[in-house]
Design a protein around this ligand. Structure first.
Ligand SMILES: [Zn+2]
Length: 288
């Protein structure tokens, strides 16, 4: 058997195996261009009452949240997903009081410094995308003046419309983005065209909230939650925080993501779940 014939046989056997396993050949196809995923600690926060995020449950109980940023190295460029709390917080010894006094946030190391340790300048980032515009995700948006912004049109309109505060946004953290090139989305988007990095529309927490499906060659598929859900028990019980923009859409988005998890056999990485985040290796380590 020639090498080419052998390759054909192996490929067709793989196709049979994937069909037998109930997977579509599409879902089995390995994305070509994605290389690495770095995770950064982009803040730690503490609340005195977690029930703001789980109405009626654990009332008056303190809770600690993680907050991550994610850098994807793809052969076509660097994509940064979320930017955490503003780097200014790193210089505040007592931290920042946020969410109307409900949270105290700290930032152990500025994001720009964490990127620099990898040899990445903020101007090297070619694509920037946010799960949403709350200040714990868009806090450093203004640091990336040349990146192309990928955002849902509804989120963009809320952020740059007449009443951004109504949605809990703080324009001072992201107002320079007005000058960035922008791709306004009306749903999902395959960012690099090879299926490796796909923005998933998951509205509810904010009008145009989005999550990110990342399909890594060795690690497999991972979904970066954004604030589609804040911690594991809210996911299991489909609980919606009191501050969410739309409760029904929030539950629909969770159900939708559950379908994507099943389709790609994906892991769900819940951004603000401290226990779960502690298990994820942080930069300069990376996942492939
Ligand atoms: Zn958040």
């Amino acid at each position: 058997m020639t090498a080419r014939a052998l390759t054909r046989t192996v490929v067709s056997l793989m196709a049979v195996a994937s069909l037998a396993a109930g997977c579509t050949p599409m879902a089995e196809k390995r994305p070509a261009g994605i290389e690495r995923l770095y995770v950064f600690n982009c803040g730690e926060s503490r609340t005195t009452d977690v029930s703001r995020w789980s109405p009626g449950v654990n009332v008056g109980q303190p809770w600690e949240f993680s907050n991550n940023c994610y850098l994807i190295r793809h052969s076509k460029g660097l994509l940064l997903w979320d930017t955490g709390f503003s780097d200014a917080v790193a210089a505040m010894p007592e931290g920042l009081v946020a969410a109307g006094g409900a949270l105290r946030a700290r930032l152990p190391k500025a994001l720009a410094a964490q990127l620099a340790e990898l040899g990445v300048k903020t101007t090297d980032v070619s694509i920037i995308a946010f799960s949403h515009f709350h200040p714990d995700h868009a806090g450093n948006a203004n640091l990336f003046p040349v990146a192309t912004l990928y955002i849902q049109e509804t989120e963009y309109e809320a952020a740059f419309g007449p009443t951004p505060q109504k949605f809990g946004f703080q324009p001072a953290t992201y107002d320079k983005l007005r000058a960035n090139p922008v791709v306004k989305l009306k749903g999902d988007q395959d960012v690099f065209g090879d299926g490796s990095v796909v923005i998933l529309s998951t509205p509810g927490h904010t009008p145009g909230h989005q999550s990110l499906l990342v399909r890594l060659p060795k690690t497999g598929a991972v979904i970066l939650s954004g604030d589609m859900v804040h911690f594991e028990s809210n996911w299991t019980n489909r609980r919606v925080p009191s501050m969410n923009f739309n409760s029904a859409e929030s539950v629909k988005s969770m159900d939708r993501v559950a379908g994507v998890i099943a389709q790609y056999n994906a892991q769900l990485w819940i951004n603000h779940d401290k226990t779960q985040s502690a298990r994820v290796p942080k930069a300069p380590q990376y996942l492939e």
